[in-house]
Design a protein around this ligand. Sequence first.
Ligand code: FVH
Length: 293
Amino acid sequence: TDNAFEKSSITLLGLGAMGAAFARTWLAAGHPLTVWNRTPARAEPLVAEGAKLAGTAAEAVAASDLVAVCLLDDASVGEALADADLTGKDLVNLTTGTPAQGRARAEWAEGRGARFLDGGIMAVPPMIGVPDSGAYVFYSGSRALFDARQGELAVPAGTVYVGEDPGYAALHDVALLSAMTGMFSGVAHAFALVRGEKDVSPKEFAPLLVGWLTAMAPYVYGVADHLESGDYTRGVTSNLAMMVQANGTLLRTAEDQGVGTELLTPFMGLMERRLADGHGDEGVTGVIDLLAR
Ligand code: FVH
């Protein structure tokens, strides 16, 4: 199916919102594309755009050396590929999972004769195939596969290879999503505080919040420096003792505004524990030590 003069053929299993977005970019780039979806009707628009619809996942896998999978979860990947012959295939799993699932899926695929790469997509579907959207995919696993398929993988989104350990793509993905969850939590609390005020409109407040979060984002580099140096006081301008004191103001304000504090108190509790352990001259990095299990 692949030769030096034509675009390589690609198989894609899974035509949900994300899979369909990937499919369109490969089709637009001229790659012959075979697709399979559990619900075949979902493939109709892509077939109209030039994709070939396979009757079964096994038939789809047989059609190309490069097989991408973008399904709901790891269990659906196992189900879909159960009857497929993976011998000699380059299997790229774009399904979100845990690091442990990535490692187990790599062992499973390699045991069936495939090279394996796990992917963690850092984008939402409308960003796929859009230059400068910032979309990229973390990849980990077979470096040889990544190098050989860099051309195809770079069509839908940027690529960031994070190591031979097949769990690392998911680990990076989940670490970034976890940080985002913390941001969502902070944003929810901030809007809850101002929402009841007749003279504070959410749309006027939003750019102030974005500006503040953007200004604070380089804090991340300070944490990295603390962790690598082992000195959690380096470059600290606002120390833990001061911040724990200020937390009282945050909590009182929430109470005055009639807003629950449940999004704030878990983190504040950890800050207080670190302070009680005698680390008032540090920043907030020491909280990470308290999280280690
Ligand atoms: N959409 C997003 O914003 C996020 C962005 C970051 C990455 N995620 C992950 O990408 C995977 C696919 O997500 P999706 O958005 O394409 O998801 P859906 O639109 O819900 O499509 C799910 C597809 O999976 C098929 N499927 C579900 N269960 C099974 C099964 N047991 N066997 C075979 N296929 C299965 C489903 O088929 P159907 O419902 O159309 O028949 C869709 O093709 C995902 O890991 C996200 O976490 C997306």
